[in-house]
Design a protein around this ligand. Structure first.
Ligand code: OAD
Length: 248
């Protein structure tokens, strides 16, 4: 069987691109050992989303919610960016302008060296007060369960977006503007079912070349120019190698 390679059209588009956008989801971090949400071993197969990722769940049981986010924080700190994250960071050096828009809260794009990263669902590295909004860095060992109550009467909560909540305005505006100016859009490792992020690709201009990298088809696959049914950690380095003319 021949190896799946980036098409000459994709390479041509990347070479001519002024602005490239990568829109990523949990699948890009799967090869770093971080579970996805809806895969067979995904978080939402083992946990109730409304208990752990909703304002109501937090009000009901802040200790349970913080315990879960502390575990995820530890897992993300222990994980390393993989070849997919690094390929996107290097792609930034090879094109005039590049933006990463991610639904991931793991911080791995930033750790891999990508500079312009919009984190649409927030980040585990921060906590904030649900009343006064004061922000705090997550301690390495996780948020202390005896320090959830904040001085103002509110409660410190994870710096992530939960179901039913609005996305951070600045990140969303930046992401929309980036996609609207994209010549190439790489949609990597997302099931494309959680809105509004799943609809962001529609902001791309008609001339934009839209590519999906995901071992599984998604609801938007047949709307895009090309789909590569391969893991991000394999396909993105191949794409980068083809762009720079190296043998993959
Ligand atoms: P999902 O778990 O819904 O989808 C992960 C996608 O990654 C699937 O389509 C997989 O086929 C694909 N995938 C798995 N391994 C891959 C690999 N090695 N390379 C490329 N793709 C791979 O995760 P998301 O789409 O990120 O939101 O989920 C979106 C949002 O739903 C999350 O941000 C989170 C969740 O509930 C909140 O918590 C607000």
């Amino acid at each position: 069987m021949t190896e799946l390679q980036p098409s000459s059209e994709l390479v041509r588009r990347l070479r001519g691109a002024s602005h490239v956008v990568a829109l990523t989801g949990s699948g890009i971090s799967a090869e770093s050992g971080i579970p996805t949400f809806r895969g067979v071993t995904g978080y939402w197969r083992r946990h109730h989303v409304e208990e752990l990722a909703s304002p109501e769940g937090f009000t009901r049981d802040p200790h349970l919610v913080w315990t879960w986010y502390n575990e995820r924080w530890q897992a993300c700190r222990a994980a390393q960016p993989n070849a997919g994250h690094f390929a996107l960071a290097e792609l930034e050096q090879r094109v005039p302008s590049m933006t990463v828009v991610t639904q991931n809260v793991d911080g791995l794009h930033v750790r891999a060296g990508s500079h312009t990263v919009f984190e649409l669902h927030g980040a585990l590295r921060e906590a904030y007060c649900d009343r006064c909004g004061e922000r705090a860095a997550m301690p390495d060992e996780g948020w202390p369960l005896d320090a959830i109550d904040h001085a103002c009467g509110g409660r410190m909560r994870p710096g992530v977006v939960w179901f039913g909540e609005a996305l951070p305005m600045q990140a969303w505006a930046g992401a929309e503007a980036a996609v609207a100016a994209a010549d190439v859009l790489l949609i990597v490792g997302t099931s494309a079912v959680v809105y509004p992020a799943a609809g962001l690709w529609r902001a791309a201009p008609p001339s934009c070349f839209c590519v999906e990298i995901n071992p599984e088809p998604t609801p938007i696959s047949d709307r895009l120019n090309e789909c590569y049914a391969a893991p991000a950690g394999i396909m993105l380095p191949r794409m980068l190698a083809a762009l720079v003319g190296a043998t993959p």
